[in-house]
Design a protein around this ligand. Structure first.
Ligand code: ZN
Length: 306
């Protein structure tokens, strides 16, 4: 039986979508130029617009550092944020409310004691950050650099952390759907992570951002970015990881590219991003989820909490 609270939430969302759906003009102007949305079919685009409407209304957007927030900014962030949950449910983003937006990279003071007890202090300039049960923080400049099918997507990266942190720390082990094997997830991701770390250690010029080698939570978040931005690349590099991400997100973006025959609604043309096309590789200083900043005892694609 459905709980009264859930029923109330469903009714409220239904009303919101009936009366306050993001207008067509705002939707098109916010998304118009982004290749990542080109291959969605009409149903998917409409569902994304509904999810983005819920995101805009249920999350609190806070400007910081002189950022000016308008509908175009909110809707662009919401659309990118909702792509990972296109075939899930908006409740996957429960438990947190706030999206803080800076105009560009934001500074985080850091400190660490070294082996002989001397404290070192420095500042990192971050592009995004996710706090467990807390806000998501984004650099608008990097949001604008996301969604170009180049492998970089700060919004999807942070949302992947949010999905991962629904069952605790960002350990690369989100809640899996019924029927998915926890063991397969742990084994496949651990093998891929170890392989990727070995490649980074021998200074291979990996097509995937070496930041993925930082820790399991980052591997999951970075591979999620590539899964949506350059799905062919993930499928070629780590096919078993691709398969599990497709099961988790309930999407198959590579197949979407393969089968896409509809005209691009934004550009009147079609075409798939290929690895031959010029790619601008972004190498921003990335973040670390707040609870993962120090220590190295993070889970490795496994979770005992459920
Ligand atoms: Zn991260």
């Amino acid at each position: 039986m459905i709980s009264p609270l859930r029923l109330f939430r469903q009714q409220r969302r239904r009303k919101l979508l009936e009366h306050r759906l993001i207008s067509e003009s705002t939707w098109f102007s916010a998304l118009g130029g982004l290749p990542i949305f080109r291959f969605l079919n009409a149903d998917e685009r409409e569902r994304l617009r509904q999810l983005a409407t819920l995101f805009v209304h249920e999350k609190i957007f806070e400007p910081a550092g002189g950022m000016v927030l308008d509908d175009r900014v909110r809707v662009r962030i919401a659309a990118l944020a909702c792509l990972p949950i296109l075939n899930l449910d908006f409740d996957w983003y429960r438990g947190w409310q706030t999206v803080v937006v800076y105009p560009g990279g934001f500074i985080r003071p850091r400190s660490e004691f070294d082996d002989i007890g001397v404290m070192h202090e420095w500042e990192d300039v971050l592009t995004g950050e996710s706090w467990e049960r807390g806000p998501v923080i984004l650099s608008w400049a990097d949001v604008q650099g996301s969604g170009h099918c180049e492998g970089y997507n700060v919004v999807i990266h942070e949302m992947a952390h949010k999905l991962d942190m629904l069952n605790g720390t960002a350990d690369g082990f989100p809640n899996l759907h019924p029927g998915m094997s926890r063991r397969a997830w742990t084994e496949v991701f651990t093998a891929a992570f170890e392989d990727f770390n070995a490649r980074v250690d021998r200074e291979e010029d990996t097509p995937i951002d070496p930041y993925a080698a930082e820790e399991p939570g980052e591997f999951f978040a970075v591979l999620s970015e590539y899964f949506f931005e350059l799905p062919d690349l993930v499928r070629a590099e780590y096919p078993a990881v691709y398969g599990l991400l497709a099961q988790f997100y309930r999407q198959d973006p590579a197949a979407r590219l393969d089968s896409s025959s509809t005209a691009d609604p934004f550009h009147g043309g079609k075409g798939r991003p290929t690895q031959e096309s010029p790619q601008v590789r972004h190498h921003p200083v990335r973040e670390a989820p707040a609870d993962n900043i120090s220590g190295d005892d993070h889970g490795r694609f496994e979770n005992d909490q459920r």
